[in-house]
Design a binder for this molecule. Structure first.
Ligand SMILES: Cc1cc2nc3c(=O)[nH]c(=O)nc-3n(C[C@H](O)[C@H](O)[C@H](O)COP(=O)(O)OP(=O)(O)OC[C@H]3O[C@@H](n4cnc5c(N)ncnc54)[C@H](O)[C@@H]3O)c2cc1C
Length: 389
């Protein structure tokens, strides 16, 4: 068994690590102060400049297949990249990516949606959640009714990431009530100018999703992504892609937070000694380090299973659950180590504290991951001995 990274993997990771250290982390004070003024952390021109710099070094479309101009890197490499990016709270992505389900598009749809999304000309959003259907996505009520060669969509979506900025959406609607999730939900590609509207939702994080309203929005039959009635599978595929990447990002954040905590503990003197000398603080550092190490291997194992073509759903749910729970515990400890300073808005810890909370909710809550993990075990789909057997 070889748990080492290849020379190429190390080289790519080193490049991203250096990029984050030299280009992203120096922006943090300015990003933080802008966010405090309710302004976007990164200006579009700064984001473009960062992406151009990365692109000129060949860093564009990390998971995007080479035939679409991307780097075509596998899941392990993608996870390693996310860990490095997660070390900063600055919301940066290299760009050049598209939603995995857009690759299911036909040729005409690829020209209209997939390619412009990869190039950054168009922005997508993924819309399944509704006010009455979140964890139980099969309970959606947005409907699409066929009229001749058109479909008429009615309903409301909520908590849609990027919903206020996107210019098209992948929206999921019931096309056959009887069949429901098993053949009765269809995914439609719908441009904003075809009639849907959006409204921003304020959250405890630094950015907010949006609600989308479909009021008799008419689209041609050709707007269907994939097959009519087979949208639920596409939705699960979309949600499934992030289950190792979200905790990978949280892993990077946790590493950086513990480094900040140790730095503070070494320098903060109480009762004549640095607090780093106190067992209470050391145990927080030790527990965090063990959990970070465990999370690293859950993430890498899930990613490795994706690359190996093994059914990785159990591993991904475990990584997502553990990452969400532990990153939240770790940021709480690091805040505690900083005492009153940790609670201020001078440091980014409270910002991370708010942002990491989301990980326990979206793309499958903790409870839903536990439900999946337990069901897989109880039904015999997975072994308690893990994938090695
Ligand atoms: C910032 C943000 C961004 C989001 N982005 C998107 C997006 O881009 N696209 C999109 O479609 N959706 C998005 N979502 C929606 C997100 O996926 C849902 O909020 C999430 O799936 C939970 O659904 P819910 O909020 O309806 O909670 P509910 O499903 O109502 O759950 C409420 C509580 O009950 C628990 N629960 C539910 N069912 C069970 C069960 N069977 N057993 C035990 N406990 C259970 C849940 O874990 C939770 O604690 C986003 C949400 C947020 C907050």
């Amino acid at each position: 068994m070889d748990l080492n990274l290849s020379a190429e993997e190390r080289e790519i990771r080193e490049w991203v690590r250096t990029f984050v250290r030299k280009e992203i982390i120096p922006l943090e004070p300015e990003v933080l102060s802008r966010e405090r003024r309710n302004e976007p952390g990164l200006k579009q021109k700064e984001l473009d400049a960062l992406r151009d710099k990365a692109k000129s070094a060949g860093f564009f479309g990390v998971p995007t297949p080479e035939e679409y101009g991307g780097m075509g890197l596998g899941a392990v490499m993608n996870a390693l990249v996310e860990v490095e990016l997660g070390r900063s709270f600055v919301q940066f992505k290299f760009g050049g990516e598209a939603d995995n389900i857009l690759y299911r598009a036909n040729e005409e749809q690829k020209q209209r949606y997939l390619l412009p999304t990869i190039s950054g000309e168009r922005r997508s959003c993924f819309a399944i959640t509704e006010p009455g259907a979140g964890s139980d996505a099969s309970a959606i009520r947005t409907s699409a009714k066929r009229e001749g060669d058109e479909w008429v969509i009615n309903g409301e979506k909520t908590f849609i990431t990027g919903g206020n900025e996107a210019d098209f959406t992948m929206v999921f609607a019931v096309t056959d009530k009887e069949k429901g999730a098993d053949g009765g939900i269809t995914c439609f590609l719908v441009d904003r100018d075809q009639g849907w509207t959006s409204e921003y939702i304020d959250t405890m994080g630094e950015w907010g999703p949006a609600s989308l309203i479909f009021d008799n929005v008419r689209v041609p039959h050709s707007a269907i992504l994939g097959e009519e009635g087979r949208g639920f599978e596409l939705a699960m595929k979309w949600i499934g892609k992030g289950r190792y990447l979200l905790p990978a990002r949280a892993l990077g954040a946790s590493e950086r937070l513990v480094e900040m905590g140790m730095e503070h503990a070494r320098n903060r003197v109480t009762f004549g000694q640095p607090v780093a000398e106190r067992q209470a603080i050391q145990w927080m550092v030790a527990d965090s380090a063990v959990e970070i190490e465990a999370l690293r291997w859950l993430v890498l194992s899930a990613a490795w299973q994706v690359d190996a073509g093994i059914d990785s759903r159990q591993a991904q749910s475990m990584a997502k659950l553990y990452g969400g729970v532990k990153a939240n515990e770790i940021v709480d400890r690091v805040l505690q180590i900083h005492g009153g300073m940790g609670y201020t808005r001078e440091l980014p810890i409270e910002r991370w504290y708010r942002e990491l909370r989301l990980l326990r909710i979206y793309e499958g809550t903790d409870e839903i991951q536990r439900r999946t993990i337990a069901r897989n075990l109880l039904k015999g789909h997975s072994s308690i001995r893990g994938f090695l057997g």
